[in-house]
Design a protein around this ligand. Structure first.
Ligand code: NAD
Length: 221
């Protein structure tokens, strides 16, 4: 099937569809209508139909969606039909928390190495992975097929470390350091800022307060 260009907004919603469908599969649900999916996900049924039509629909009139099929197809679109080897650079609070989260492997993201510069951490095990020193990194990258490097190190180290791993063949950076990275065009960078989500939460809270205040003022009149 020839694929048309999909908007970034649709792509951003796909992981959520994927998660919900995965949960449905786990609870033994084999098919679902767009209305049922809409109730569960709090997204309009027409939005769901529109989103999924981008990929040829996957739905059948009067039947709804085959959950397994839809889950597999969205997984393919998201590139989850393969596995990725990932290393973590910076074995502090965040780096170790990521390494300890076993579910990434279920989605195909396998943490195979963790690196730091602190000699006190050398050889410490995080799950079944030993923390190695950054000095071993170039050799490690020659001997292991690594697709993704997660940066959980101080921001002033991010650029140099990103350049080091990309010069050694890594083509994707999952960047948690609060800095924008300019890397060669063929390197994919995805930056994560938990604080953005927290600010969104605070915006929604203040907005909600404004709304309820407005409502009570109208009632008083
Ligand atoms: N994006 C987000 O949402 C988010 C959330 C929390 C923290 N952070 C950022 O993530 C980073 C890590 O946070 P943390 O709380 O785990 O800090 P931390 O101090 O606990 O850990 C940082 C680790 O990086 C190591 N390190 C320093 N230079 C290095 C290098 N060149 N190569 C490899 N390792 C190196 C340090 O020795 C330390 O172990 C910080 O930059 C922080 O601002 C981002």
């Amino acid at each position: 099937m020839e694929r048309k260009t999909i908007s970034r907004a649709v792509i951003k919603r796909l992981p959520r569809y994927y998660r919900y469908l995965g949960d449905l599969l786990e609870s033994g649900v084999e098919r679902i209508s767009s209305n049922e999916l809409s109730d569960k996900m709090q997204v309009t049924a027409s939005q769901i139909r529109q989103d999924l039509n981008n990929f040829g629909g996957f739905g059948q009139q009067g039947y709804g969606y085959n959950v397994q099929h839809l889950h597999t197809e969205i997984g393919k679109i998201l590139g989850l039909d393969r596995t990725y080897n990932m290393i973590i650079l910076g074995a502090g609070n965040l780096g170790q928390a990521l390494a300890n989260y076993s579910k990434f492997a279920r989605w195909g993201f396998k943490v195979i190495g963790i690196f730091d510069v602190d000699p006190e951490l050398d050889g410490t095990m995080v799950r079944d992975i030993p923390i190695r020193m950054v000095s071993e990194l170039p050799r490690y990258l020659k001997e292991n097929d690594v697709q993704i490097a997660a940066l959980t190190l101080p921001r002033n180290q991010a650029k140099a470390m990103a350049e080091l791993v990309t010069a050694n063949g890594v083509k994707a950076i999952w960047n948690f350091a609060h800095t924008d990275l300019k890397l060669p065009e063929d390197v994919i960078v995805e930056s994560v800022h938990l604080s953005d989500s927290l600010m969104q939460l605070s915006y929604n809270m203040s907005n909600y307060k404004d709304k309820t205040q407005k409502k009570s003022r109208t009632k008083e009149k």
